[in-house]
Design a binder for this molecule. Structure first.
Ligand code: DX5
Ligand code: ZN
Length: 223
């Protein structure tokens, strides 16, 4: 049984200094990170371009942390095998992008990875309902995907988290509820109070002078 009361902190490498990538990965691991979050953006599904499978493969030997790969791609189904090959542990696709989410999620699980499904703030929660039995992670975007450093959208997205939490309990399902975007020492508590248990944070962790202290404060259950 997964203990959803145990908070998982996942620093997002998007906010790291890529000129010192291996060092930044080690900084996250020694600071107490649980997962490392990797944002893949293609300039089509979102208006930003980040990195691809070879970047993920270069990170792989530098950490034992699970690599939590978030695909913001117009054709996630086409690219999933390359991220499996690169060493991803978790692969999350957007419900708005996957042509056939069920088939894509099954491909991910069939490759031995955890399968995640993401929804953007403006997407109706009902869109993910048919797939909740097929996933290990529901990624509720708490900003519009594409860029780090945006403000947390509580009003639009906390109802998604609360609904996911309720449905998971009602149906006896077992997926993590992950939030991504604008998470810091204050908003982390808002997300947790609605039922999120995995916190992705880029700017507030990699931008911290002491990442260990920043992670510890996001892990604490009280402000
Ligand atoms: C945004 C990405 C996030 C981003 C979060 O599209 O999915 O993972 O790195 O960055 P912060 O924590 O700076 O909002
Ligand atoms: Zn992300």
């Amino acid at each position: 049984m997964i203990d959803f009361n145990r908070r998982i902190i996942a620093p997002s490498i998007l906010a790291a200094d890529w000129s010192r990538l291996a060092e930044e990965v080690r900084r996250a691991e020694t600071s107490g990170a649980d997962w490392l979050h990797l944002d893949v953006m293609d300039g089509h599904f979102v208006d930003n371009i980040s990195f691809g499978p070879s970047f993920v493969a270069q990170i792989r030997p530098h950490t034992r942390l699970p690599l939590d790969v978030h695909l913001m791609l117009a054709r996630p189904d086409h690219y999933v095998p390359r991220f499996v090959e690169a060493g991803a542990d978790h692969i999350t696709v957007h419900v708005e992008a996957a042509a056939d989410p069920a088939a894509t999620l099954q491909t991910i699980r069939g490759a031995g990875c955890h399968a995640g499904l993401a929804l953007s703030p403006d997407t109706a929660f009902d869109k993910v309902i048919p797939y909740l039995g097929l996933i290990d992670i529901l990624l509720v975007m708490t900003v519009r995907p594409g860029f780090g450093g945006q403000a947390f959208m509580a009003r639009e997205t906390m109802p998604h988290v609360a609904r996911a939490h309720q449905i998971r309990r009602d149906l006896g399902l077992a997926f993590h509820i992950e939030v991504d975007g604008g998470i810091d020492a204050t908003t982390v508590h808002v997300a947790a109070s609605h039922g999120a248990n995995v916190m992705v944070a880029g700017t507030s962790l990699f931008g911290a002078a002491d990442m260990g202290e920043a992670i510890a404060s996001q892990r604490r259950s009280q402000i």
